[in-house]
Design a protein around this ligand. Structure first.
Ligand code: 0X9
Ligand code: ZN
Length: 429
């Protein structure tokens, strides 16, 4: 990974005129400079392949017509990655494949992880210089805070399991750092899942955009009237591990489990219907929920962060990939019971999806999965909380995807900010 040029010299763009060329200008400076040295791709790829030795995962495609079937696949231990035309693809080892077959599913195809890596080598980040690793993310956020002291401040919300700081950039013209505020707050968080590296980039792109355009009336009013928090890399340990092992699709955090498997799925570790459907008590499973709700330092940080800030009204958790904006419930089939809230969720998701170029749906339409961030945030704090599954066809898309992904999601985020003072405005907006 290589440090990306700071994007601090953008001409001011009117977010009110969020057109393609304005975003192109913004994102031109976000794209990696041509002079960035490229890592020797073949070498990196070979190193990655060598590290796969002993990795007994397969990439499988299974016929699964609906959410019920997909939830069953999750419960059989499949690491679901893609859902397309009645087919569900993802990772599984032999024992999981046996369970899947025993439960009556047809496995349409399977390839070894080596073959999967070979076929996806074009998406393998052989030149990953445009992505920000933990140190680069830290430097980037520090740079933004130092360059915009009137609008931004950076603080650590707590530590990961391995002791990394979980950085949070705050955008607010009056209150700084951890000082309380009465202004309505919006919270953006990325990288619950390690391999979803684009989620960090989108959160960083959003932070940079808002600060670059801080004097433009549309943005200025948010910096004056709202309290905006951006925590781009929650699972920093997992991200670093995924990078260090040359991107082997690591999903969970870095907890060493009693059976020596690694990781708890942070998006199953929240206390909402904890470890019921779509979540597993088996430590080696991709959706392992941990030993108890909030057993993990990373989710404890989010719990405390939200408990300490009663002003948070909206939340966006970035994941990848599927081009979707999802809203509660995710842990059960039924819709949000409160009719007004349900309508707000559906409208906000629909509006954000239209701006990002995605689709919107209730989370559980994908599959039922208990213990996720958004169900918990809504159930315990009444926060209008969403999951964005960013675009792409792989976990490590080429940086050329950044421009569109960041631009579309900035538009969606600006909409979220526009209703953060009163999300019920979405009933008419
Ligand atoms: O399974 C997840 O945690 C999310 N998908 S991902 O591919 N990024 O892992 C989706 C969460 C949506 N929430 C529920 N369906 N509960
Ligand atoms: Zn995810």
């Amino acid at each position: 990974m290589k440090k990306l040029a700071m994007l601090l010299l953008t001409p001011l763009l009117a977010p009110s005129a969020l057109n393609a060329s304005a975003f192109r200008q913004l994102l031109d400076i976000y794209s990696p400079p041509l002079s960035v040295p490229r890592s020797p791709s073949a070498g990196r790829f070979d190193a990655g392949i060598n590290l796969l030795q002993g990795d007994d995962r397969y990439w499988i495609t299974v016929q699964a017509p609906d959410k019920l079937a997909r939830t069953k696949l999750l419960e059989a231990g499949m690491d679901i990655v893609e859902i397309k035309d009645g087919l569900t693809s993802g990772f599984a080892r032999r024992p999981e494949m046996e369970t899947i077959a025993a439960r009556g599913f047809e496995i349409k195809s399977r390839i070894s992880i080596y073959e999967y890596a070979r076929r996806n080598s074009r998406d393998f980040p052989d030149s990953d210089s445009a992505y920000h690793n933990y140190a680069e993310t830290t430097a980037f956020l520090r740079g933004l805070a130092e360059t915009h002291p009137g609008e931004a401040s950076l603080f650590s919300a707590g530590k990961t399991l391995e002791g990394r700081e979980i950085w949070c950039l705050r955008l607010n013209k009056s209150e700084k750092g951890e000082a309380p505020s009465k202004k309505p707050a919006a919270f953006f968080v990325g990288n619950h899942h390690a391999r979803e590296h684009l989620s960090n980039e989108v959160a960083l792109g959003l932070a940079a955009y808002l600060l670059e355009h801080k004097n433009e009336p549309g943005v200025k009013k948010y910096l004056e009237s709202l309290d905006i928090f951006i925590m781009p890399m929650l699972n920093a340990d997992g991200v670093e591990y995924d990078i260090k092992t040359y991107y082997q699709w690591h999903r969970k955090n870095m907890r060493v489990n009693p059976d020596r498997s690694i990781g708890v799925d942070l998006n199953r570790n929240y206390d909402s219907l904890w470890c019921k459907e779509g979540s597993s008590h088996t430590p080696s499973d991709p959706t392992y929920c941990g030993t108890a709700p909030f057993s993990e330092p990373e989710t404890q940080v989010v719990r405390k962060f939200i408990a300490d800030r009663k002003n948070i009204k909206t939340l966006m958790s970035y994941h990848s990939y599927s081009s979707l904006i999802l809203f509660p419930w995710g842990g059960k089939d039924g819709p949000v019971e409160n009719e007004r809230d349900r309508t707000v969720f559906a409208r906000m998701a629909q509006n954000m999806a239209a701006l990002a170029g995605y689709s919107s749906q209730q989370s559980s339409s994908l599959y039922t999965a208990t213990g996720d961030t958004t169900d918990w945030a809504y159930a315990t704090a009444g926060i209008f909380a969403f999951t964005t599954e960013l675009e792409g066809n792989a976990f490590y898309p080429k940086p050329s995807i950044f421009e569109k992904a960041i631009a579309g999601n900035i538009k969606a985020a600006l909409y979220m900010l526009s209703v953060t003072d009163d999300p019920y405005k979405a009933l008419t907006k």
